[in-house]
Design a protein around this ligand. Sequence first.
Ligand code: HEC
Length: 230
Amino acid sequence: MALGSPFGTFRPPNISPDPVDGIGRWTPVDLANALVGGVSPEREHYYPAFPYTSFTGMTAGDIRDLYAYLMTLPKVSGRAPPHHPSILFRIRRFVGFWKLLFFREGQSEARLSGEPIHDRGAYLVESISHCAECHSSRNVFGAIKPDTRFAGGVDPQGTGFVPNITQQDLGKSSEQDISTMLKTGDTPDHGRVGSSMADVVTNTAMLPDSDRDAIARYIKALPALPTPEP
Ligand code: HEC
C-alpha cells in the first residue's frame, strides 16, 4: 500500500518470512531493534511512517511472541516499490536528526494509574494500537504535538479530520460504548465509524473482550483537551 503524508509517500515493506524479500533472515533482536529503536539490521534509520515512536514501549516478551508468530506466516516474495519522501526527508540521515529531537527510545507515553485494567489499556493504546498516531496533530516536522495528543488532527492521508477522543468530545460515550465500537464499529448514535478507523476495528474486533474493555477504560480516563484548529 501507499501511505500518503505531507512528508512524502511511504510504502510499507514485505514483512513476511521470505528470506530474500521479507524478514526471514532476521533474528528476534533485529525485530526488537526495528520496533523499539527504529533501526534496520543494516543500521539504517526507519522513517517514522513506521510507528516505532509507539512500538518503542513494547515489552520484550511481546516482541518475542510477535516474532514467533510472524515466522509462521507464509513466505511471500516481491518487494514494495521505493518510498518517495519529500525533500526534507530525502536524506536518511536527517531521520537520525529527527529522532534526536522527537524520539525517546524505550519510553512509553502511557500514563499509569496502578489499576490493572487501566494500565493494560495504557499499554495497548500507547504502545500496541498506536491510537495517538492518528488522533493527534503534528508539527511541521511530522512529530506529534504533545498538547494535541488524542485531541484530533488532520488525517495524515489528507482525507479529513481525525476526531478528538479525549473527554472533550467522548464525554457522553460510556466505557461500554467504546468497547462495543471497537468490536462492531457501531457508535452510540447508531452510526458506524468509517475511513481508516474501519481498518482499526477489523483488528480490534479480534481482541478478547477484556482487552477492548481495557482500551475503553484508558480512553475514558484521557483528560479533556480542546480540539486543535486544522
Ligand atoms: C489509522 C488511523 C487511526 C488509528 C490508528 C485509530 N483511529 Fe480512531 N479514528 C480514526 C478516524 C479517521 C476516525 C473517524 C471515523 C469516522 O468519522 O467515521 C476515528 C474515530 C474514532 C472514534 C469515534 C470518535 C467519535 O467522535 O465518534 C473513537 C472512539 C476512536 N476512533 C478511538 C480509537 C482508539 C481507541 C484507537 C486505538 C485502539 C484508534 N481510534 C486508532 C483513525 C484512527
